[in-house]
Design a protein around this ligand. Sequence first.
Ligand SMILES: Cc1cc2nc3c(=O)[nH]c(=O)nc-3n(C[C@H](O)[C@H](O)[C@H](O)COP(=O)(O)OP(=O)(O)OC[C@H]3O[C@@H](n4cnc5c(N)ncnc54)[C@H](O)[C@@H]3O)c2cc1C
Length: 380
Amino acid sequence: MSPATSTTESQEHRDLRAAVSALAHRHGPGYDRAALWAEAGKLGYLGVNLPEEYGGGGGGISELSLVLEESGAAGCPLLMMIVSPAICATVIARFGTDEQKRTWLPGLADGSLTMAFGITEPDAGSNSHRITTTARRDGGDWVLTGRKVFVSGVDIADATLIVGRTEDARTGRLKPCLFIVERDAEGFGRTAIDMELQAQEKQFELVLDDVRLPAGALVGEEDAGLLQLFAGLNPERIMTAAFAIGMGRHALSRAVAYAKERRVWKDPIGAHQAIAHPLAQAHIELELARLMMQKAAALYDAGDDAGAGEAANMAKYAAGEACVRAVDQAVHTLGGNGLTREYGLAKLIAASRVARIAPVSREMILNYVSHQSLGLPKSY
Ligand SMILES: Cc1cc2nc3c(=O)[nH]c(=O)nc-3n(C[C@H](O)[C@H](O)[C@H](O)COP(=O)(O)OP(=O)(O)OC[C@H]3O[C@@H](n4cnc5c(N)ncnc54)[C@H](O)[C@@H]3O)c2cc1C
């Protein structure tokens, strides 16, 4: 399914969408992740949001989310776009030192470097105020200790941006600080988690066992706290919405094509409203989710971090739910074939749940909207 034919998008955005879609369809669902990543990077798509002086396209999350949506709609979602250019490069571009910018941004922009992002901890989960990964000063160095879980793509990333807290801010409200930890740093151990997902990117449990880092590994201010972190987390939510919308569109287009061809009575099954209406509903829900995603991206790109926060949460929620429903209906539309490997939809049943859980769960978004938007009291 392509986006609605009438669009409020600029010609530039439509051209970018068409170019990425053509590239992604050339690779298709049987894609080689590294090959697609390299090609998309070379063409400037992975760094479309980054400053031009560091080799980026000078655009914003509006453009980057469009790239991820189109790659997903062609069945080859570039998951690491959610973390590498969207979170890590954004945070470095906004708060990093000149040296960090020179070292990382050109490579993150052209895809020759990739950065993972680790915030989730086994004992903190959704409550990131409870993270305990701790950074202590030792002379001019930092020494990092802690554990992370479910961190995507650590094996294929050159470094991971780790969210910790300093020793003197170990308790109380989270005052996060961000460190670049290179893949082979001593004491930085990783174990792949045995996930049911059939994705090309793996999730890892990480152990940081007295990882010694130079002073220059700290991104931004030690005390800049949540502001810095949210500069990366809002793009992450917007990009997760793009990931979900892309996957939903991919599933829906497969189902629609099947419903037009498959006949078990006189007419194709797509003529039965029990098949047609849920597909139409899925299409509407994906379109609505995209509208909210575009609003969130526009607010973020305009520098309205607070406004973008609410919209990014709503977009992630809407896209995650729309994706789960689109995949469910797509699988059902194919009958038995929905569960065969050949048609490639059954694996999306697990994959589509990701956007409902990560990076912030459906319930935590409902909590946010209850408290922040509606002013209702908190239960926890
Ligand atoms: C495929 C995948 C990739 C990921 N990649 C990364 C990554 O690259 N980097 C990274 O740091 N993390 C990553 N994550 C982790 C992800 O962000 C977490 O799984 C997510 O934040 C939820 O945390 P949790 O799994 O500990 O669930 P929990 O926090 O244990 O939540 C379990 C359930 O309880 C509910 N719940 C919790 N608190 C409340 C409450 N107050 N009110 C109502 N309901 C509540 C939740 O909604 C959820 O349904 C990834 C996860 C997945 C599945």
